[in-house]
Design a protein around this ligand. Sequence first.
Ligand code: M6R
Length: 365
Amino acid sequence: EKEGYEHFMLKEIHEQPKGIQETLVRRLNEDGTINLDGISMTKEDIENFDKVYIVACGTAYHAGLVGKLVIEKMARVPVEVDIASEFRYRDPFVDEKTLFIAISQSGETLDTLAALREAKRKGARILSVVNVVGSSVARESDDVFYTWAGPEIAVASTKAYTTQLICMYLIGLYMGSTKGTIEKDYYTQVLEELKLLPEKVEKLFGEEDQIAALAKKYHRKDQVFYVGRGLDSGVSYEGSLKLKEISYINSFAIAAGELKHGTIALMEEETLVFALATQDFLYEKMVSNVEEIKARGARVVAIAKEGRTEIEQVADEVIYIPPCMDEVSPVLAVIPLQIFAYYVAKERGCNIDKPKNLAKSVTVE
Ligand code: M6R
């Protein structure tokens, strides 16, 4: 079943171009517009929402962090993103004018399901982004936006995340075009960028050897930081979770601008920091953040877009992702982080597909 790959995780990392492609084609019409076939939300519903709540756990929550920025930008509606186990216990502001988006690979995560029921009880409209067809979350939602990642076996989620991101873009674009908050050109441009992603992810696999070499070099570290701004900040959280759950290295993610308010105290000689710098409009800011980190003696691996080489002057190593619009870069930037986590865990002899203390789906509170 592993089709020649040593682990399901590696196989699933490599299945991402296919999953992205599949998730996209199911929602694209021949005339280049998005279809919401099977989803009953009307134009009027979309215009009436005054708030969006995205609720999920773990990696799915990290997809929500990106979703928040994307939907806010495109549909000009306030979006809250919350952890399901927190949402449930704080009497959230949810009513008939709320669009509640639950994200879940398995569709069986108990906290997410309970949050969904709570939102439903309060009258929200429930749209879920789910990978497993017919799962509990899917069954209890008003509408389902499926990810077409195919079965995900490894405990560490990879292809579910990137396909969840695709759904966030499609939902943002659809809502934005329905409400008239985005221009036609922008809509077309983002869709074109999305269509190029499978090929670009495939191209990134060409860097697997470089990343595996970094893993060899750094696998004995006992703490690793991930920093970024804007969309890169969401991706940092996901990179950090991937590393800790399969390699058991203490990792930590933080918005780069927040470092100097405390966490930079932990930076010392030989601390390893992944600095994500894929957002053009925040690039200079990230270069300064990397300088601050370097001044404490830490090692920095930057992730930047091809062609943006200035960061080489401050970082120790740079992994380049293919050029793209800022909006879609999370889908590319996460790939080297997944590959790095995988090879570090391998170097450390960990049980990659079934890490200790973890289950694929968490059906207890
Ligand atoms: O099935 P779900 O997407 O609801 O699962 C949510 C989390 O339990 C899951 O993403 C978990 O964090 C993964 N092990 C992360 O790799």
